[in-house]
Design a protein. Structure first.
Length: 587
């Protein structure tokens, strides 16, 4: 085997990894990115977790990817370690399906119609159809279907490349003598661990073993230790994902290593003990692609069957192995988590954003209502509470904005594009509502400290306007949280009424200043309060506009508002009239 063969082998491995990734990503996109959400909303029943873990790993072609997602769930607090372990066990078996897909590359050409069943013909047809879907179709579903077919074709081609690269080894006495040493279980397991740890893909390691099996030089006694080592080595990417995770996230990651290691220890102990007693005759049987895939699947299935009833014990072992010091909380503010591990899984990331934005919206509403309370009964405790909530809302805006920008770097479907667009348009409005709550709290403190007194008419007018602002803020936030477009359509009429009321109240207060019923100092504060109320209503309008206008393909907020005010639809007129009767200012 010369340098050309080595380079060819490395090329084949690279193509294998790329093809597997392309096929897995295409499968996820065709599934509508719902796979992660299924895991996200998993109730925690062990058997269901096991089946979902196996199924999702079969689709995305990577037990490491599934386990990394699960570590993220536990790290963000939406799943417990005990719920995660069955999913991890399911992923151990699901990843073995790739070996069976690879077996298709070993199909031999026959005569007549059977020639179309050969691996070369299958690869050619699959690649051609995949390219047609990818290059000439504008349908996103067909584009992703093309990715699946191209990934499959690349996977098949990579196996032929690797097989041709290692073909000379079947005549190499040095290689055969090295393989013979792998019959030593300890050495074989160590080599499999190191090799898989470097590749960071158990599927790729098994694929290379299948390619070597095509030389006819691999026996059962050599393959079994390597497969056991590959199982342990696949834990490396999951362990790396736990760097910086919470203690529960680390427990989950170590449970992946624990499950594989215990499975290998138990499997090796039982198998080699029986072999010592019974001297299995199949130890020297020559392995083929299919037998390697079967051995890998059977071994992993046995691991799952043995360890599945031991969920609690696996968790206990993980807690014994890792005893971290007290965690240092980087952020003491009570913010909903935005798990960085989910950035490349848009469905999960968007779901977490929605939870966080809903909390942000409720925090902003609480802050505003607390500032209304301060206007009537100022206390230093409530004033400081307003400042504290404002810090939470500000932090939310910073984190969500950064997180959303990371999400949109992925390829998103129409629904996901709509969600991220709506979120980016609205988080600033929620933050500004909280800002105006702080401004109102400052006005309340000024009124308290300077003992400013408003006339009874001024107090009544502010109370009526405050009620209108309370209603529009409540409607905007409820509409957003519940994605209620009908409720959102009721916001613009009230916003226009609030604008009119603010203008009217400013004129009334000027008149009171002229006749001396209110002081000049109270006039400044009164105007500040009105300006904040008006701006709060504007931000509620922005939220409603983002919800309604983003339903159409062309988002244009100004066009929407102009059309609403210009056309004065029957619905608009009905609600405007109702609000006008509800919030009446006596002259």
């Amino acid at each position: 085997m010369n340098i050309t063969n080595i380079i060819t082998l490395i090329t084949g491995v690279a193509l294998f990894l790329y093809g597997m990734t392309l096929m897995g990503d295409g499968l996820k996109q065709v599934a509508g990115n719902k796979l992660e959400l299924i895991l996200y909303k998993l109730t925690g029943k062990p058997l269901k977790g096991l089946l979902f873990g196996a199924g999702i790993t079969t689709v995305i072609q990577s037990s490491s990817a599934t386990s990394v997602m699960v570590v993220g769930f536990v790290n963000s607090g939406i799943m417990k370690v005990r719920q995660a372990i069955p999913i991890v066990l399911g992923s151990l078996f699901g990843t073995s399906i790739t070996g069976w897909i690879i077996c298709l590359s070993a199909l031999d050409a026959g005569s007549g119609l059977l020639i179309f069943c050969s691996s070369a013909t299958l690869t050619c047809i699959t690649a051609f159809v995949g390219i047609c879907f990818r290059m000439f179709s504008k349908n996103r579903f067909k584009n992703h279907l093309g990715d699946i077919l191209l990934g499959f074709a690349i996977l098949m081609f990579s196996m032929s490349v690797m097989s041709s690269a290692v073909a000379p080894l079947q005549e190499s006495e040095v290689f055969i003598s090295i393989l013979t040493k792998f019959s030593n279980p300890v050495l074989g397991i160590l080599v499999g661990m190191v090799f898989t740890g470097i590749l960071q893909s158990s599927s790729a390691a098994v694929g290379i073993l299948q390619a070597l099996a095509m030389t006819g030089s691999v026996h059962f006694g050599m393959a079994f230790p390597l497969i056991m080592g590959i199982a342990i080595g696949s834990s490396v990417p999951v362990l790396l994902s736990a760097v910086g995770a919470t203690k529960d996230g680390k427990y989950t990651a170590i449970s992946y290593l624990t499950s594989n290691t215990l499975g290998v220890i138990i499997g090796a102990a039982i198998f080699y003990s029986l072999n010592a007693l019974l001297s299995f005759s199949f130890m020297n049987n020559t392995m083929t692609m299919t037998s390697v895939a079967a051995l890998n699947s059977i071994f992993r299935l046995v691991i799952v069957a043995v360890l599945f009833p031991l969920n609690r014990h696996l968790e206990a072992i993980s807690r014994i192995l890792i005893r971290p010091d007290r965690e240092i909380k980087v952020d003491e503010l009570p913010l909903k988590p935005l798990e960085e591990r989910f950035v490349n899984h848009p469905a999960l990331a968007i779901e977490q954003c929605l939870v966080a934005i809903n909390d942000m919206a409720n925090q902003a509403k609480e802050n505003l209502f607390l500032s209304f309370k301060l206007m009537n009964n100022f206390t230093q405790e409530d004033y400081e509470r307003v400042q504290y909530i404002e810090e939470i809302v500000d932090r939310y805006e910073d984190r969500l904005g950064t997180y959303l920008l990371k999400i949109i770097r992925n390829e998103l479907n129409d629904e996901q594009n709509e969600s991220t667009g709506k979120f980016l348009h609205t988080i600033t409005d929620f933050e500004r509502i909280s800002d105006h709550a702080v401004n109102l709290a400052e006005s309340a403190r000024e009124i308290h400290e300077k003992e400013t007194i408003f006339s009874e008419d001024a107090k009544l007018e502010l109370r009526i306007l405050e009620n209108a602002v309370t209603e529009i803020v409540g409607m905007a936030i409820d509409a957003f949280i519940n994605n209620d477009l009908q409720l959102a359509e009721r916001i613009e009429p009230l916003e226009e009424l609030i604008d009119s009321l603010c203008d009217e109240l400013k004129l009334h207060h000027v008149q009171r200043l002229k006749n001396g019923s209110c002081s000049l100092n109270s006039g400044f504060v009164f105007n500040d309060i009105l300006n904040n109320y008006e701006r709060i209503a504007d931000h509620c309008s922005n939220i409603a506009v983002a919800m309604i206008a983003l339903e159409s393909d062309n988002f244009d907020a100004h066009e929407y508002l102009d059309s609403v005010k210009r056309l004065k639809s029957e619905t608009y007129a009905k609600y405007f009239e109702a609000y006008s009767k509800k919030y009446v200012i006596k002259k």
